[in-house]
Structures are given as structure tokens and as C-alpha cells.
Design a protein around this ligand. Structure first.
Ligand code: COA
Length: 370
């Protein structure tokens, strides 16, 4: 067979790169992050530990973790121009589009933008991990004509992010669940957005450009946008019988149900979804409000029976964010903020072992002789 006849639509099953960052091991059922299973990590470690693990290649000790928290606290502030630009955007701008714009603006403030060395890129990644939550939380506030909330530098990283989003300091339980969601979203091998970032980085373009492209990719409903779509579906239904009915109607019309299926897990439950489901149960117990939990379980049963499909992380992250009081337009930007560390790590790796991405096509058009 000619090389040009090998074609896998959507690059399904195609190995795009070598990496020592992460791997979805579907045989062992593990999400391998720098050698550790993400689900096991989530039981003991926090999101900041995962930042260290991804960017430094190993888990931090107590001192290193404290130092990282402290250094992140110094990196939240944004150039005033970012807010000025966001204020110019039309009110209906999606928070992901505002994030894309805000990120582009940041690139202009980097005096060393052409320096792709590992050291400078890593420092840039830490800086962006401070600044992106500030853009995410405040873009929504600005678009809805509310005053920005400045970071509370005394709060730990996830608690501060939650505070800037909701204007409220989280309870220990809220902080733990929000932190868990960030950890679960942090890195996941080679989804479309990470691939996009690596493709951009492979031209030796900069980290801001790679992340900006990744924001556009992650916004789509087939990727990160699914968490917002799930919440709209649950709210549209409002009750368990309505939700069951809605899913059946959509399936009969051959529509995709958001929050179900996954290119790699397809016929298995995403292990991250299991963790978020437990978190939803916990929130439901505390609030003594089981409606969303039961609706989700009913949806899960229907999808298993009718399609043999299982929930992905977005299916359970959506009701968890709802119960935490997070505005729906921020669900996907929060996913991106959490994934920033994973994508940055991939860009660093791409720059370090670069080969330009340039695939070929299977031409099915006509040929003409002039
Ligand atoms: C994630 C996703 C894009 C993976 O898609 P993919 O690997 O390209 O798989 P396909 O779209 O080719 O789907 C394969 C089959 O499963 C069905 N399927 C996949 N996901 C489905 C869903 N969420 N609802 C209904 N049917 C679905 C397809 O209709 C197709 O059925 P067919 O063979 O009878 O035509 C897909 O499952 C999806 O669109 N899910 C909903 C969006 C979502 O939750 N995205 C977040 C992913 S983390």
C-alpha cells in the first residue's frame, strides 16, 4: 500500500508524537501522568502538586510546594490593558473568546517573546498559570458589567481562583472539590487542543500563540464546550422524567448527547467522571438536594442501555460547578485554565524535541489536463 493511501479520518489511532508527559493506558485503565496514575494522585495530592509534577517532572516536597504556592501568589496581576481591551468587547462575547483575546494581549507584554529556551518558557508557563485564572474570572465579570475582583494573595491557588470567580471565599469542602476538578482537568495526553498547541509550537511559534489556538480548539462542543452544553441540557429538562424524554428524543434524531463518549474511552466510563460523580454525591449530601445527581444517573442508565456509551468528565463536572455556584459561561474557561499546565508542558516538550507537523492528504478531487 502506498503511504498516501493510509488514511485514518480524524487521525483516529494515529500516534502523533513521542512524549514522557502522559498516556491513556486503556489496558491497565490508568491515566498516566509522568509515570503516576492521575486518579491515585487525586486521592492525596492537590492541583499545585500536579503543576510541579508536570513542569518539573517530579512531585514537590512540602517546602517546594509552599514555595510554588507563594510564587504563584505573585503572578496573578494582569497589565491594565488586558481589562481595557476586554471592556471593548461586545456583551455577548463568549468567555472563551474573551480569554483568547486576553491571552493574545499578554503576548505583547513579553519582552523575551522570541526566547524559546526551556528556562524562559517554563517561567512563562508559571506566569500564565497565575494570569489565566485572573483573565477567566474577570472576563466574565467585565462582560456582565461587574467590577473585577482582585486576587486575595493570602489564599491558596485554587481557593483564590474560586474567590475571583464567585466573589466568595470557598469553604474547605468547596475548595477541595474545586481543586479536584482542576486536577482532573490538568492533563490528558493528546486531545484536540493539546495537539493544536503542539502543531502551532512545531513551527517554532511562541507559547502565547500555541495557547491561543488551543483555546479556540477547546471551546468546541465536541471538546471542552461539552461541560456548558451538559448544564444547559440538565436545566432545559429540569426533572428526571423530562431529562429521560429529552435524551430519547435526541437519540431518535441521531443527535449527540453532550458529556457522553470519548475517542479513547468510547465504551468505558472515563475514570475522571467517576471521581466527579463522587464529588457531586458529596455536594448533594451536604445540600440535601439530589435532583441533579439523580438526573445524571438516569441519563447514564439511558445512554448505557440505548448506545452503550458512558459519561466523560464534562458530564459530571457541569453539575458540580453548578452546585458550587459557578456561572455556566465559565465552565469551559475553567477547564482551559486547569489544562494550561498540561498544554504548556507539551509546548515545552515540542520545542525541545521539535519536528514540524506537516501531514499529507488523500486527494479525492478531479485531475484535469490543460
Ligand atoms: C467525544 C466524541 C467527539 C468522540 O467522538 P468520535 O471518536 O469521533 O466518535 P464518533 O463521533 O465517530 O462516534 C462513534 C459512534 O458513537 C456515537 N456517539 C458517540 N458519542 C455519542 C454521544 N455523545 N451521543 C450519541 N451518540 C454518540 C456516534 O453517533 C457514532 O455512532 P454510529 O457509529 O452509529 O454513527 C463523541 O463521543 C462526542 O461527540 N461526544 C459528545 C461531546 C462530548 O461530550 N465531548 C467531550 C469529550 S471529553
Amino acid at each position: 500500500m502506498n503511504d498516501l493511501d493510509k488514511f485514518s479520518p480524524g487521525l483516529d489511532g494515529v500516534v502523533a508524537t513521542e512524549t514522557s508527559i502522559s498516556f491513556l493506558d486503556t489496558i491497565q485503565g490508568e491515566i498516566v501522568i509522568r509515570g503516576y496514575d492521575l486518579i491515585e494522585l487525586s486521592k492525596t495530592y492537590s492541583y499545585v502538586d500536579i503543576i510541579h509534577l508536570l513542569l518539573e517532572g517530579r512531585l514537590p516536597d512540602e517546602e517546594e510546594k509552599k514555595a510554588l504556592e507563594n510564587s504563584m501568589n505573585q503572578r496573578y496581576e494582569l497589565p491594565a490593558t488586558v481589562f481595557e481591551v476586554l471592556k471593548l468587547l461586545p456583551e455577548q462575547t463568549h468567555a472563551m473568546d474573551a480569554l483568547r483575546t486576553g491571552l493574545s494581549v499578554l503576548g505583547g507584554y513579553d519582552d523575551a517573546i522570541d526566547d524559546r529556551s526551556l528556562l524562559v518558557n517554563k517561567e512563562r508557563a508559571y506566569q500564565l498559570l497565575g494570569q489565566i485564572p485572573s483573565i477567566v474570572a474577570n472576563s466574565h465579570r467585565i462582560l456582565t458589567k461587574n467590577a473585577p475582583i482582585h486576587p486575595d494573595k493570602n489564599l491558596p491557588y485554587s481557593a483564590n481562583f474560586f474567590y475571583m470567580i464567585t466573589g466568595k471565599k470557598p469553604s474547605p469542602m468547596e475548595e477541595k472539590i474545586f481543586d479536584l476538578s482542576l486536577l482532573l482537568y490538568s492533563e490528558h495526553e493528546m486531545p484536540n487542543s493539546t495537539f493544536t498547541a503542539r502543531v502551532i509550537a512545531s513551527t517554532q511559534s511562541d507559547l502565547y500563540g500555541a495557547l491561543t489556538g488551543a483555546v479556540a480548539s477547546l471551546k468546541g462542543n465536541l471538546h471542552g464546550g461539552a461541560n456548558e452544553a451538559v448544564m444547559h441540557l440538565l436545566l432545559e429538562a429540569g426533572t428526571i422524567p423530562n431529562f429521560e424524554e429529552l435524551l430519547k428524543i435526541k437519540l431518535s434524531r441521531k443527535e449527540k448527547i453532550m458529556g457522553f463518549g470519548h475517542r479513547v474511552y468510547m465504551k468505558k466510563m472515563d475514570p475522571r467522571a467517576t471521581m466527579m460523580k463522587e464529588a457531586l454525591k458529596h455536594l448533594s449530601d451536604i445540600k440535601q438536594d439530589y435532583l441533579l445527581y439523580r438526573m445524571c444517573e438516569a441519563g447514564e442508565r439511558i445512554m448505557e442501555r440505548e448506545k452503550g456509551l458512558y459519561p466523560n468528565l464534562d458530564y459530571y463536572a457541569a453539575p458540580v460547578y453548578w452546585m458550587l455556584g459557578i456561572p455556566i459561561p465559565l465552565y469551559t474557561p475553567i477547564f482551559f485554565a486547569a489544562r494550561t499546565v498540561g498544554i504548556c508542558t507539551h509546548v515545552l516538550e515540542q520545542h525541545a524535541q521539535n519536528r514540524l507537523f506537516r501531514p499529507r492528504v488523500k486527494y479525492i478531487g478531479e485531475r484535469h489536463v490543460l
